[in-house]
Design a protein around this ligand. Structure first.
Ligand code: ATP
Ligand code: MG
Length: 364
């Protein structure tokens, strides 16, 4: 009997056919091998016929990647990130052409769509910071009357790209800080109302930005922080806590993302630093965990099956928690960075165990 096969679906980043996350895929191949699951990586561009894919596989013995012509996999893990190119359209076409394949995870909407989803929920809406889709600069100025900080985020953004923060210094004076689309930190600017309106006008015109109430998550040294919680489906097909971590932005950054130079911190240690009260720490942690499971169940009802979900959560000084973002295709690096190798390995292995569970169930 051939071994079951998992196809990790990705997208090329350019015409040289570069793919992201090779290290993760290599580790998944090695973990899959010991579980009795073969792993291959492919992109929709690699489909040659309805039964053949020019896939890439990691050769564990030779320690290198090879091109291998393969049949279709028994299950698919989607790791495709949004890109504004024809490749994203090919991905949509692939899903339409092959709806009968076994997908571990269904795609979610962009940040705005997800915000609207949660807004519909009686129990989850309260965790969301106030958010609007930016259609004019004056709308953001109105928001700044109520909230002293507002974040501006591209609807399809990832990795902290293009995220800006506006602080109200006085009713007529503002500070603008953030990152460009290339993630580079922008020079902080002090602007009057008119100057800010000019900048915001450009963003409004682009038509793809959100403005969101800023949550005050700054350490005494001025660095911003937030929390990352990862839950995954296990070998029995049910959701389980995998791990949590904190992320502290680099000095001068308005985002905590590791790719933007942030540092990873253990969940408990960062909670201790923030609250210095074990009862509060424990309550915040429990609430973050409950929010993760509830958000996952809610999203699955709307979008179909998921296999993992990471939440970016802000916890303010009072201990109130806020959902900044959900990530259905999360990185796991944060656990390695805090030295939780066991959690990291679990995070790599669980989607494979879940894939085996689904494949076996389908075979009956
Ligand atoms: N409303 C907010 N209040 C405070 N901080 C925020 C807010 N929104 C975003 N941030 C900061 O910016 C970071 C990036 O935001 P977000 O997760 O929404 O964008 P992203 O670019 O999709 O990130 P990634 O893809 O890396 O998860 C957060 O981790 C947090 O540090
Ligand atoms: Mg995020």
């Amino acid at each position: 009997m051939p071994r079951p096969k998992l196809g990790i679906m990705s997208l090329y980043l350019n015409d040289r056919k570069t793919i992201e996350e090779r290290t993760l895929f290599k580790r998944m191949t090695i973990a899959g091998h010991s579980l009795g699951l073969d792993v291959m990586v492919f992109t929709p561009e690699d489909i040659q016929a309805s039964d053949a894919i020019q896939a890439q596989v990691y050769d564990i013995q030779a320690k290198c990647w090879r091109r291998v012509r393969s049949g279709f996999p028994d299950a698919i893990l989607d790791r495709c990130r949004y890109q504004p190119t024809k490749r994203f359209k090919q991905l949509k076409a692939f899903r339409q052409q092959y709806p009968q394949l076994l997908y571990l995870n269904k795609p979610l909407a962009n940040k705005w769509g997800i915000h609207l989803d949660f807004k519909d929920s009686n129990s989850l809406a309260k965790y969301q910071p106030a958010t609007v889709k930016v259609s004019s600069g004056s709308e953001v100025i109105t928001m700044l009357k109520k909230h002293s900080t507002v974040y501006l985020k591209p609807i399809n953004g990832t990795g902290g790209r293009g995220i800006l923060r506006v602080n109200r210094l006085s009713p007529t004076s503002f500070q603008l800080a953030g990152r460009g689309m290339d993630r580079r930190i922008l020079r902080k600017m002090r602007l009057g109302r008119t100057g800010l309106l000019v900048k915001l006008g450009r963003i409004a015109q682009a038509g793809n930005y959100l403005a969101q109430q800023g949550i005050d998550c700054t350490l005494p040294d001025g660095r911003v922080y937030d929390f990352r919680i990862l839950i995954q489906k296990n070998a029995r097909g049910s959701w389980e806590w995998t791990g949590g971590a904190g992320r502290i932005g680099r000095s001068g950054s308005v985002t905590s993302n590791l790719h933007g130079g942030g540092t990873a911190a253990s969940l408990d240690r960062l909670l201790r630093k923030c609250y210095r009260q074990s009862a509060k720490e424990q309550r915040v942690k429990e609430e973050m965990s409950a929010l993760a499971f509830e958000a996952a169940a809610y999203l699955e009802k709307r979008y179909g099956q998921l296999c993992e979900l990471a939440l970016d959560i802000a916890a303010d000084r009072s201990g109130r928690i806020w959902l900044l973002e959900v990530n259905p295709k999360p990185a796991r690096e944060v656990f390695r960075k805090i030295g939780e190798y066991h959690t990291y390995q679990k995070a790599v292995r669980r989607p494979l165990e879940y894939a085996l569970y689904l494949i076996n169930r389908k075979k009956g």
